[in-house]
Ligand binder design. Structure first.
Ligand code: NAP
Length: 189
């Protein structure tokens, strides 16, 4: 069965973005994201796509990029000449039921806030990857769960001593912790 994964980076206040983009640069976190998603499928909301495409950050190579938007037909028209649909495609369906998915792919739901909210409500997730940044970045967009409800709704996949903390030299040694969770009802010990 296709594994469904939510992946997000969250600052100290639960912020995930500002002015349509992520107001930080953590190369170690980016590397984790790139390694985890490589060869798989990433699904994102249209606003995240617009913000990253405008900065030449998307589509990400080596991954099937799927954008959820009510304007899927218009976006398809606009991008069909430039990218094969196996690389970049658009859908109106969060479940991507009208998209031919790459074989043996994992689906990574990777933002933004609007998409995360629906994914948490509607998708049977297998795993949740959260990079918890210790700094605060004055965000205007927030993960739809705050710190307390993350602990209530999700179960740490690994005992705390196995969590990996990073202190990124290139990000000025600002620390973050990479945490793996499962939705609570799925935990099997
Ligand atoms: N820190 C992180 O890990 C992270 C990751 C990703 C994004 N972000 C940040 O999150 C912010 C963007 O988040 P956002 O909440 O404003 O927007 P978003 O979730 O990226 O996109 C929302 C849009 O997605 C489309 N959409 C969502 N669900 C849909 C559905 N069921 N059917 C059809 N279309 C659907 C709609 O597009 P239409 O209006 O076109 O219909 C909607 O306006 C940015 O600041 C970005 O940098 C942070």
């Amino acid at each position: 069965m296709t594994q469904k994964i939510l992946i997000a980076a969250i600052d100290r206040d639960g912020g995930i973005g500002k002015d349509g983009y992520m107001p930080w640069h953590y190369p170690a976190d980016l590397k984790l994201f790139m390694n985890l998603t490589m060869g798989n499928t990433i699904v994102m909301g249209r606003k995240t796509f617009d913000g990253m495409f405008d900065r030449d950050k998307l589509p990400l190579k080596g991954r099937q990029n799927i954008i959820v938007t009510s304007a899927a037909a218009e976006y398809k028209d606009k991008f069909a000449d430039k990218y094969p649909t196996s690389e970049l495609t658009f859908t109106t369906d969060l479940h991507c039921s009208d998209v031919e998915l790459a074989k043996d792919t994992k689906i990574f739901y990777c933002g933004g806030a609007n998409l995360y909210q629906q994914v948490l409500d509607l998708i049977d997730l297998d795993i949740i990857y959260l990079s918890r940044l210790e700094e605060s970045y004055d965000c205007d967009t927030f993960f739809p769960r705050n710190s307390d409800s993350i602990d209530q709704d999700f179960e740490p996949y690994l005992p705390k001593q196995f969590e990996k903390s990073f202190s990124d030299k290139m990000a000025g040694q600002k620390p973050f912790t990479f945490q793996i969770y499962t939705p609570k009802q799925l935990i099997i010990y």
